[in-house]
Design a protein around this ligand. Structure first.
Ligand SMILES: [Zn+2]
Ligand SMILES: [Zn+2]
Ligand SMILES: [Zn+2]
Ligand SMILES: [Zn+2]
Ligand SMILES: [Zn+2]
Ligand SMILES: [Zn+2]
Ligand SMILES: [Zn+2]
Ligand SMILES: [Zn+2]
Length: 447
């Protein structure tokens, strides 16, 4: 049993060895034969010159690692369909000069295509390129105000009376031309706001008051607006700076607010909020009482401006005095006739801390207090615009008052941050409309 088993096992082992040896030699035999027969030492176009063997090609970097043949690339979408290498693109005007691929300009950065480096030829709409998405910075504009890049109308920025482009403010020295007053297609809105204020003579008594607030067309909480407080004249009301007719000559019912609409639409001024308080109070028990410039000085700082800041989008974060002071370059106060006295008292003399733009039309007073205020505080004036009509009974008061304060204050320089203009006209809204037009372009230009 044992012997036979061993014998059988040896037979099996011997035959297995035999098979393995045969396979080994067979394998060796082929290789030695090939090596002996041809080493494929010289190739021509992938064919061995010695034995005619056709190379199966293994490509690396566009050349075959066996036969050294260089791929005669056939490009498909920027990749060689033979050797699979990507085209090393050489772009010229958005087309690759190597593979002929046309760049789809999928991603731009600062107006330059990420892939091909082509500069976008920009198709502007509303200051944004519809091709590359670039937002125009409106770096330069021509004297007509058009951006030299995107062509959008820009506002001139007048420093010392002229814009860097060379343009000067549009000035009217007589009633505004009729064509200004076709009803504007982009109309702002007017809201009447009621508020209460102390009857200052008796602080415990509260009176109800109102003001009209003009919001420009397209008013948005996402933007910030300058605020201009405009005061009516004696026996006027809050509606005067909104609805008073200014085109008396032609008899058309065109009012102040249409002038604001027009100037904003034509990009002559930036959209702004115009606030016109009614300076009279309804006194308990009946009747009206003029607030008076002294009391109004407290009211505009403590009630009106905080209300506007808290309810509309302005440059101040909130109605606190600190915020109002920080945003003073964006607050202005103006008025006509008796309203001009409010500007001088409640603006320049008492509230230089919260206002830095002033418009005094057909009225001037409190000159010593104004000078004292200007000289005693470390606060600059963005702009003071004074004016009257040639046939205006207030003309000389305005000229004298203006000249006095400019002469006595270091803070004001005619032609730089101050200007006086006497236009053809009398003590009327035609005059004030023209003066407003001239003045509004110069306000809010500092900072
Ligand atoms: Zn060969
Ligand atoms: Zn090859
Ligand atoms: Zn190739
Ligand atoms: Zn290419
Ligand atoms: Zn491109
Ligand atoms: Zn573009
Ligand atoms: Zn532009
Ligand atoms: Zn300009």
């Amino acid at each position: 049993m044992k012997k036979r088993t061993v014998k059988n096992l040896l037979i099996v082992l011997a035959s297995l060895l035999g098979l393995a040896a045969a396979a080994f030699f067979a394998f060796l035999g082929i290789n030695t034969h090939r090596l002996k027969t041809c080493a494929h030492e010289s190739w021509d176009n992938g064919v061995c010159l010695t034995c005619g063997y056709v190379c199966g090609h293994d490509w690396e970097d566009g050349a075959c690692i066996h036969c050294g043949m260089v791929c005669d690339h056939k490009w498909e979408n920027g990749i060689c369909s033979i050797c699979r290498i990507p085209c090393p693109h050489q772009w010229k005007h958005g087309t690759c000069t190597v593979c002929g691929m046309v760049c789809s300009h999928e991603q731009y950065k600062n107006g330059i295509c990420f892939a091909c480096g082509e500069v976008c030829s920009h198709e502007w709409y509303d200051g944004v390129c519809t091709v590359c998405g670039m937002v125009c910075q409106h770096v330069q504009h021509d004297m007509d105000g058009f951006c030299t890049s995107c062509g959008e109308k820009q506002l001139h920025h007048y420093v010392n009376g002229a814009c860097v482009c060379g343009a000067q403010p549009i000035v009217y020295t007589h009633a505004l031309p009729h064509e200004f007053f076709d009803m504007c297609s982009e109309q702002g809105s007017v809201q009447v706001v009621n508020y209460s204020a102390p009857l200052y003579a008796a602080q415990s008594v509260t009176v109800s008051k109102k003001m009209s607030v003009y919001l420009p067309y397209g008013y948005s909480e996402d933007k910030k607006y300058n605020v201009l407080v405009m005061i009516h004249g004696a026996s006027g009301s809050d509606g005067d700076w909104m609805d008073n007719i200014i085109d008396t000559e032609h008899g058309t019912a065109v009012c102040m607010r249409n002038l604001y609409d027009y100037m904003i639409q034509q990009r002559i001024i930036e959209p702004l909020i115009i606030v016109s308080p009614y300076t009279d109070s309804y006194v308990p028990g009946g009747g009206f009482m003029d607030t008076g410039p002294e009391q109004f000085a407290q009211e505009v700082k403590a009630i009106i401006l905080p209300y506007i800041v808290d309810h509309y989008s302005t440059y101040a974060e909130n109605g606190s005095l600190e915020e109002l002071q920080a945003a003073r370059a964006h607050f202005g106060i103006g008025g006509c006739s008796n309203g001009a006295l409010y500007v001088e008292r409640a603006g320049m003399a008492e509230n230089l801390g919260v206002f830095s733009n002033f418009v005094c039309l057909s009225g001037f007073s409190y000159v010593r207090d104004v000078v004292k205020s200007l000289e005693s505080q470390d606060l600059s004036v963005s702009y003071l615009y004074a004016g009257a009509g040639t046939a205006d009974a207030q003309k000389d008061f305005v000229i004298d008052g203006y000249e006095y304060i400019v002469e006595h204050s270091e803070k004001l320089t005619e032609g730089e941050n101050a200007h006086i203009e006497i236009v053809t006209g009398s003590h009327t809204w035609d005059t004030w409309a023209a003066l407003f037009f001239n003045a509004a372009q110069l306000l809010f230009q500092s900072e």
